[in-house]
Write a protein that binds this ligand. Structure first.
Ligand code: NAD
Length: 428
């Protein structure tokens, strides 16, 4: 989203303005929700391994916490900007609201590139980030999590620093911790499974049985792999996956018309979700250009890679057989492409609903930490199914009743809940 061509925060505000019109929100509510409640923009001095001192810039943006403590990841990225963090914090507010979990929206970041930092230097950044912000985050205030280029280890350093400062144990401060250190079972598969819980419900609405459907998937990382696993379990057949080739610096589509074999494909995939092209050829896969995943004769498209992939140029190539798109990735569809998809009458499950399984499971992690009692995997995934299904049904019912596009219906529900919470608190 840190694309120079457009400003992510302006885009988030434009989306909000559109729904504010549909909801006929008053001027004060619009003014409140168009901007974050609080922003922190600070310096983190780090003693580098070579003896120099380097100053890193850190951010935390708390967009809205009317419905509960803020929730959102911390990104380590060399091109991080305050506007990207503002946009992502805003989208977190809508995502938590649409799945009806009692949390608000936040996001954080540090301008840095972990590829060029030692583990010790990264630890200093994590501890420094917490030292500055400790009094403004907390299990009942704002709960961080891993995101782009941060992981469970970074979260544990942050948690440890917080507990040193406060002198108490606060496992619910932060989510995305490793299992056994306060992490939740089921978190790894939560986002991909959540996508398929919504696909299963959408297929019911479309009168299709999963076992009679086929899908084409962009991406073969965490979200895509678990989405494919559950879709296969429901009887669906994936005929294409597309992923990025690190060596060739280009993406490819891997096709098998009678269905991919997930386990075999996983055995030739690296930890970044890149499939080995030569080994795939040996296994009988057809290797096609990277964007070939989009024009396949399938029932379902699952964009699960990165943003801005379905565009004004390629959306018209979507086959007329396609009935459903579920956005596993954040922001895979540009506004121009969205219009084309709407005109084609394709059923759309928008990103902040389809991929909300991750944050919902993070919420479960926090709940388990706060009561210091951990659920079995099946219990976590069962609760996730209930949450995702009821969120989907609420959105699709509104879309049907008010003849709204699914993305607009999801925004209407999410934004009206937050607006109501602000009103109930007497803020506006
Ligand atoms: P990941 O890094 O595990 O996998 C990304 C996959 O996308 C890889 O297979 C990579 O090869 C592929 N890819 C990258 N660029 C590509 C391109 N140009 N064409 C085709 N494939 C390409 O990431 P992930 O965790 O699976 O996340 C995927 C998306 O889902 C992101 O947009 C992320 O923000 C979003 N998301 C993830 C989670 C989560 O819990 N992991 C939660 C919510 C949203």
């Amino acid at each position: 989203m840190e694309n120079k061509k457009f400003n992510a925060f302006e885009m988030a505000q434009a989306q909000f303005d559109n729904v504010a019109e549909i909801l006929n929100l008053d001027a004060a509510t619009r003014d409140l929700l168009r901007f974050p409640l609080r922003e922190y923009n600070f310096a983190i001095p780090v003693h580098m391994d070579d003896g120099t001192i380097k100053i890193f810039r850190g951010f935390r943006v708390q967009h809205n916490d009317a419905r509960g403590p803020g929730k959102g990841g911390i990104r380590f990225h060399p091109q991080e900007t305050i506007d990207t963090v503002r946009a992502l914090a805003t989208w977190m507010t809508w995502k938590c609201s649409v799945v009806d979990i009692p949390l608000g929206g936040s996001k954080g970041g540090v301008i840095c590139d972990p590829h060029n930092l030692s583990m010790r230097e990264q630890e200093q950044i994590c501890r420094g980030w917490v030292r500055v912000i400790a009094k403004d985050i907390g299990p009942l205030r704002d709960v961080p999590a891993p995101d782009v280029m941060t992981n469970g280890q970074h979260m544990l350093w942050m948690l440890d620093e917080y507990e040193v400062i406060t002198g108490q144990k606060y496992p619910g401060l932060i989510t995305g911790k490793p299992v056994g250190m306060g992490g939740s079972l089921g978190r790894t598969e939560a986002t991909g499974y959540g996508v398929i819980f919504t696909v299963r419900e959408a297929l019911k609405e479309l009168g299709l049985k999963p076992e009679n459907t086929t899908a084409s998937v962009q991406g073969f990382g965490n979200v895509a792999q678990y989405a494919i696993q559950l879709y296969n379990q429901l009887g669906g057949k994936v005929i294409c996956v597309s992923c990025w080739d690190q060596q060739d610096q280009i993406s490819y589509t891997f096709k098998k018309s009678d269905g991919i074999d997930l386990d075999k494909l996983l055995s030739i995939t690296d930890r970044f979700g890149g499939i080995n092209k030569d080994k795939a050829k040996e296994l009988g896969y057809e290797i096609l250009p990277g964007d070939a995943w989009i024009d396949q004769k399938v029932d379902i498209l699952l964009p699960c890679a990165i943003e801005n992939q379905i565009t004004g140029e390629n959306a018209s190539r979507i086959d007329e057989k396609v009935k459903l798109i579920a956005e596993g990735a954040n922001g895979p569809t540009t506004p121009e492409a969205d219009k084309i998809i709407q005109e084609k009458g394709i059923f759309m499950v928008p990103d902040f609903l389809a991929n909300a399984g991750g944050v919902t499971c993070s919420y479960f992690e926090q709940v388990q930490c706060n009561m210091n009692y951990f659920w079995e995997r099946d219990e976590v995934l069962g609760k996730l199914d209930v949450k995702m299904t009821s969120a989907f049904l609420a959105v699709s019912e509104l879309a049907r009743k008010r003849k709204l596009y699914m993305r607009d219906a999801a925004y209407v529900i999410a934004i009206s809940r937050v607006a109501q919470a602000c009103k109930d608190r007497g803020w506006v």
